[in-house]
Design a protein around this ligand. Structure first.
Ligand code: CP
Length: 303
């Protein structure tokens, strides 16, 4: 039995197969409409979510399966003090596969050690968000036609942004990726990430101004400042509008640069950018459903 805790749990070859499957699902959805007949997905979300929870649920329904779960720790027995380890033992009796989001880093990993069903990390604190990374990689592969040879700018909250940490770890396995980290000093990419890049001999640079590097980028990955991870509101308010991508800044970019964002967006991308064909963050959401369908089928060994 396999779980998904980190994008590195799959080899590059396995990811290729997963993305090929997601591509086939996109083209031939009817082929997969009954693949999960009689199967149940449990969505155990101890932290708020729109995209991840609902795209998992949509994915399971698209496969002909059923969904149970909770979307708020307060409505589960976690509010009475039940541990994640005990909860997953219960869920293993009710469902065939579980997607879990938790504010504590490592909680889905703890659950996986006690589980009799595959557990998918749907985001753990500021640590990892592997299914967002699968979504990001599928989007890049589908729209750029490759997962190598590009310069990617990651902009915003690089300290707390788990989608950023997961994506970097996944991308270092592909050839000739240049990283440009764009953040205020307070939200710099953690040292453990830059140390990993140095050890692997992968080139990166850190800048503060987005305008200074815009013309170099093939991909721009925007992120929101993570209010829920700040220790005080004052710091959040000071940093929340540090970056606002607008039409003027988009004029500095290559004609084929793509703008991605894991969403939700707050102010960091002006709505006027939405109509720019290089803005692909809403397409990304659709790819998220295909890749989660492919993941459920793969972990349930139904392909
Ligand atoms: N991208 C993402 O994780 O969105 P949600 O928090 O809405 O699930």
């Amino acid at each position: 039995m396999r779980h998904l805790m980190s994008p590195l749990d799959f080899t590059v070859e396995e990811l290729d197969k997963l993305f090929d499957l997601a591509g086939d699902i996109e083209k031939n959805p009817e082929k997969y409409a009954k693949k999960c007949d009689g199967k149940k997905l449990a969505t155990c979300f101890y932290e708020p979510s729109t995209r991840t929870r609902l795209s998992f649920e949509a994915a399971m329904y698209n496969l002909g399966g059923h969904v149970i779960g909770f979307s708020d720790a307060g409505s589960s027995s976690a509010s009475k003090g039940e541990s994640v380890s005990d909860t997953i033992r219960m869920i293993s009796c009710y469902a065939d596969i579980c997607a879990m989001r938790h504010p504590k880093e490592g909680a889905p990993m703890v659950a996986s050690t006690k589980s009799r069903i595959p557990v998918i990390n749907a985001g753990d604190g500021g640590h990892q968000h592997p299914t967002q990374t699968l979504t990001d990689l599928l989007t890049i592969r589908s729209l750029k036609g490759r997962l190598n040879n590009f310069t990617i700018g990651l902009c915003g909250d690089l300290k707390f942004g788990r989608t950023v940490h997961s994506l970097i770890h996944a991308l270092v396995r592909y050839d000739n990726i240049q990283f440009i980290f764009i953040s205020p000093d307070e939200l710099r990419i953690p040292d453990y990430v830059t140390e990993m890049l140095q050890e692997k001999g992968i080139s990166y640079k850190e800048v503060i101004r987005l305008e200074d590097v815009m013309e170099e980028l093939d991909l721009l990955y925007m992120t929101r400042v993570q209010r829920e991870r700040f220790f005080n509101e004052e710091d959040y308010v000071r940093l929340k509008d540090f970056y606002i991508l607008n039409k003027e800044k988009m004029k500095l970019a290559k004609p084929d640069m793509l703008v991605l964002h894991p969403l939700p967006r707050v102010n960091e991308i002006s709505v006027e950018v939405d109509e720019d064909e290089r803005a692909v963050y809403f397409k990304q959401v659709q790819y998220g459903v295909y890749v989660r369908m492919a993941l459920i089928l793969t972990l349930l060994e139904l392909v």
